[in-house]
Design a binder for this molecule. Structure first.
Ligand SMILES: *Cc1c(COP(=O)(O)O)cnc(C)c1O
Length: 489
């Protein structure tokens, strides 16, 4: 293995082509359905133009999320067979604790059934009414849990974070000046904690640097404030640190993880992302914090040694955590993402750069610049892309936001279509197909119109809400597809 110009682990090709190579073989496969566009049209109408409501019978490439959809390794599957089923004190749990010590260097661990359950317990314990919680950027479930407990979040990202076109290596950094201002304005005792999110999900899987986290840590410590690390996408963040932060070029992923986690008082994660299984957890080296959090586990999750997970998942999670330390595994998704981002960029399609972890993020505001933000360009693009390709992405824009007290939409900072790249799931030709159809859609973007809600849940509306097109644009898109592609699928 060698390292290409921008540091991604590609094998050099004689042809000079810069393409990623799968460093695994596929031994269990699942048949996919690629159905005609007319049937996809019916499916997206039935789903209320909300890709969350599609069934996988109609989806070709499922790029909705990396949550629980990464491929498991043979070793993970094998570990599930030796699961020691016991309500309490299972050996499987002991192996998980050991994996946490090895991968995260944390002494205390609390298992939970998924990432948001950790957020529930942390918010319940540390957030009081009137508290403020500064962070590099919010995640949907994080924000909801903090607000339900009476806290207010402050997103103090740097100016570079929301720029679509950028070469900044660490768009997930927190603005230290703004952090100091918040502490001064509200007083340190009102700051429940500072939250750092690894590979900042909603702004394009963008990492923060260790230099930045060190500064966060120092300011927080000076004021006696806790640092909470959301490590759901920590493997990719560690990978980017190795690639992009010179101090860590020659350090192992394990050393980088220990450094990052060592700068936090509490680390929590969704195992659906980190280790391709269900579940999640909270890890710390602080006994006092551990004791404060501990009592909620049996109440909300399950006994301390399974936390709402099946024991099989506990085993697979332990193996998955250790596999996170393997560069050839952790680099797989970022190198495929980098390939697709570079291709789209070359084709002139507005895509978030530099490539992050998690997935490819298309700037829907620019892609569909003729669709007003009140008609949800990111949602419209997600629906249109599914229609013409069978690829399911996720809206990350105004639909994923909420309405204000007056019932008006709070327009998102940035309208994104996210195409998640679950680890080791797709092949290069599938990624090429996804790129090709998006290219066609870009050429025909003027045909795509907006959406409006006809069924809108009050909480997390992006999951269950239903919309309809504001004009009959889907019919036009189907007709143009047939004209250009004949009877091709
Ligand atoms: C997915 C995710 C969560 C929530 O985890 P779940 O397992 O889906 O509940 C929290 N934070 C981040 C950054 C995530 O990506």
């Amino acid at each position: 293995m060698s390292t290409s110009s921008n540091g991604s682990p590609t094998v050099k090709f004689f042809s000079g082509e810069d393409i990623p190579l799968e460093l695994h073989k596929v031994r269990i496969v699942q048949k996919l359905n690629l159905i005609p566009i007319e049937e996809r049209h019916k499916a997206i109408v039935e789903a209320g133009f909300n890709t969350f409501l599609l069934t996988t019978k109609t989806v070709f490439l499922d790029m909705l999320t990396d949550s629980g959809t990464n491929a498991m390794s043979d070793n993970q599957v094998a570990s599930m067979l030796r699961a020691d089923d016991a309500y309490a004190g299972s050996q499987s749990y002991m192996r998980l604790e050991e994996a946490i010590r090895e991968a995260f260097n944390c002494r205390y661990f609390l298992p939970v059934h998924q990432g948001r359950a950790a957020e529930n317990i942390i918010s319940k314990t540390f957030v009081k009414a009137g508290d403020v919680i500064p962070m590099n950027y919010h995640f949907t479930t994080t924000k909801a849990h903090i607000e339900i407990n009476g806290g207010t979040i402050f997103e103090i990202y740097t100016d570079e974070a929301l720029k679509v076109k950028s070469t900044h290596p660490f768009k997930g950094n927190l603005d230290i000046g703004k952090l100091k201002d918040i502490i001064k304005k509200y007083g340190a005792d009102k700051v429940a904690y500072v939250r750092m999110e690894a590979s900042t999900n909603l702004i394009g899987g963008q990492p923060f640097s260790i230099a930045n986290m060190r500064e966060v840590r120092q300011v927080a410590r000076e004021h006696g404030i806790m640092v909470v690390l959301d490590a759901s996408l920590i493997g990719e963040n560690a990978w980017f640190i190795k690639q992009r932060e010179p101090e860590f070029r020659d350090r192992s992923i394990k050393e980088i993880l220990h450094e990052m986690i060592g700068l936090a008082d509490v680390t929590y994660f969704s195992s659906r992302k980190v280790s391709s299984t269900r579940g999640g957890g909270i890890a710390t080296n602080n006994e006092e914090i551990y004791k404060k959090l501990k009592d909620w586990i049996p109440l909300y999750e399950g006994f301390y040694t399974y936390g709402g997970m099946s024991i099989r998942e506990v085993e697979a999670m332990a193996v998955g955590l250790i596999e996170t330390l393997d560069e050839s595994i952790i680099s797989q998704s970022p190198s495929f993402i980098r390939y697709m981002v570079n291709e789209l960029d070359r084709l002139g399609i507005p895509v978030v750069t530099p490539a992050g972890g998690l997935g490819v993020h298309i700037d829907a505001g620019q892609f569909l610049s003729h669709v007003p933000q009140t008609e949800y360009p990111a949602g419209a693009l997600a629906a249109a892309y599914f229609l013409v390709s069978g690829v399911r992405g996720m809206e990350r824009g105004t639909i994923s936001s909420v309405r204000d007290a007056q019932g008006k939409d709070v327009l998102a900072d940035i309208e994104l279509l996210r195409l998640a790249m679950p680890r080791r799931v797709f092949t290069l030709s599938q990624v090429k197909y996804a790129t090709d159809r998006l290219h066609w859609l870009f050429q025909n973007r003027h045909l795509v119109g907006g959406l409006r809600f006809y069924e809108e849940p009050p909480v997390l509306r992006f999951f269950g809400g239903k919309l309809e097109p504001t004009t009959p644009w889907p019919e036009k898109l189907v007709a143009k597809f047939r004209a250009d592609f004949g009877n091709s699928l």
